[in-house]
Design a protein around this ligand. Structure first.
Ligand SMILES: NC(=O)c1ccc[n+]([C@@H]2O[C@H](COP(=O)([O-])OP(=O)(O)OC[C@H]3O[C@@H](n4cnc5c(N)ncnc54)[C@H](OP(=O)(O)O)[C@@H]3O)[C@@H](O)[C@H]2O)c1
Length: 340
């Protein structure tokens, strides 16, 4: 089967600044070495994939390259005793889709240490509706819980609310009984955010303070921040005493200018979230929660499904902040799967 061709979304470098994407046919021998060969059925689009597809050297240094930091599918060949042929598995993070060819292809080959078994109660499709964005939302909520942010402590604010991390974070928090404040730049999506479970919605400007004051009125018990920059600084300065701010993203900027006052006068905690190197035990625990108590009933409402050909347009849209919810990449062509 190593000579069987499969489809991949390949990014090639044209010159110093320019990159192009093509759907190409590859053979399994073209894949990097690894313990587990997986027939990918679903992947998903994350912000980082779009950066990789545009040649961002902070994400991918080696081209030609297949992006896709997420993949879910069935094991075809495993050199590891941990996995058998036909096992349903999830791979997210580590080097997948960064400098190791990723999930925007019908096959991946990866180290066994990167692979998580699909938990009971979750389909491969559902796992990729969550994808890294949903898993990151779960990491943020887990951090809030570990820092004793229970629903009775007050509102939890979510930025980038209509995006992937934001949509899933709102859905899970609402399911767990939190009052959720959604921050969005998209006035047209208020109904969508209410449907997900937001109890109130505010504009980006309301959490972008330029007064220079080190402490502002206390408002949130907890925060899931995907934006960074001055938004994150404002959120730290508006979090209640002993509250917790989780920082996972930088769509609004990587710089953070604030003072120590929120930390030393209000005991605010700032927790960094990294889904890439997250230990495998934490992954298993959180994927099980996503498959059960934390699984929103309306997952299908947050997803747009595309094939590899339709992906290019979505790559541009996510970089412009125009995506609502999650983009699922369907690679499950049943005619090809039947051959395995
Ligand atoms: N730390 C980790 O392990 C980890 C894992 C996954 C993602 N991330 C990061 O988390 C961030 C969000 O990822 P995602 O997958 O949710 O991306 P996404 O689907 O593109 O969502 C981002 C959302 O942020 C808002 N936004 C966009 N540009 C903005 C700006 N200039 N200022 C303020 N808000 C803006 C938009 O929502 P509204 O229009 O509703 O405001 C947008 O939909 C990215 O920076 C990503 O790299 C980190």
């Amino acid at each position: 089967m190593t000579k069987e061709t499969f489809k991949a979304f390949l990014v090639s470098q044209i010159d110093n600044k320019n990159y192009q994407t093509n759907i190409v046919e590859k053979v399994v021998d073209d894949l990097p070495q690894g313990d587990v060969l997986i027939r990918v059925e679903y992947s998903s689009l994350n912000y980082k994939d779009a950066l990789s597809a545009k040649g961002n050297p902070g994400v991918t240094k080696k081209f030609p390259h297949v992006p896709g930091i997420d993949a879910a599918g069935r094991v075809v060949i495993s050199k590891s005793a941990q996995f058998q042929a036909n096992d349903s598995v999830i791979v997210t993070g580590f080097d997948l889709g960064m400098d190791t060819w990723g999930g925007f292809a019908e096959y991946i080959r990866v180290p066994a240490e990167w692979v998580v078994s699909l938990p009971d109660g979750m389909s491969l499709r559902e796992s990729m509706i969550f994808g890294t964005a949903g898993f990151t939302a779960a990491l943020c909520i887990d951090a809030l819980q570990q820092n004793n942010i229970t629903p009775d402590r007050g509102e939890v604010l979510v930025t980038g609310a209509t995006g992937g991390v934001g949509s899933i974070a709102i859905s899970i928090l609402a399911k767990l009984g939190y009052a959720v404040v959604a921050v969005t730049g998209k006035e047209s999506q208020y109904d969508y955010l209410k449907f997900l479970g937001a109890s109130s919605i505010i504009s980006r400007e309301e959490v972008n303070d330029n007064s220079g004051k080190p402490l502002l009125k206390e408002r949130w018990a907890g925060v899931v921040d995907t934006v960074g920059g001055n938004t994150l600084a404002t959120l730290i300065e508006t979090t209640k005493h002993s509250g917790c701010v989780t920082a996972c993203g930088l769509v609004g900027g990587a710089e953070l200018i604030t003072t120590v006052y929120p930390f030393i006068l209000r005991g605010v905690r700032l927790i960094g979230i990294d889904s890439v190197q997250c230990p495998i035990a934490t992954r298993s625990t959180l994927w099980k929660k996503l498959a059960s108590d934390w699984k929103p009933s309306h997952l299908e409402r947050v997803v747009t499904t595309v094939n590899l050909e339709e992906l290019r347009e979505k790559v541009n849209a996510i970089l412009q902040g125009k995506i609502v919810g999650r983009v699922l990449v369907d690679l499950s062509r049943k005619d090809r799967l039947a051959k395995l």
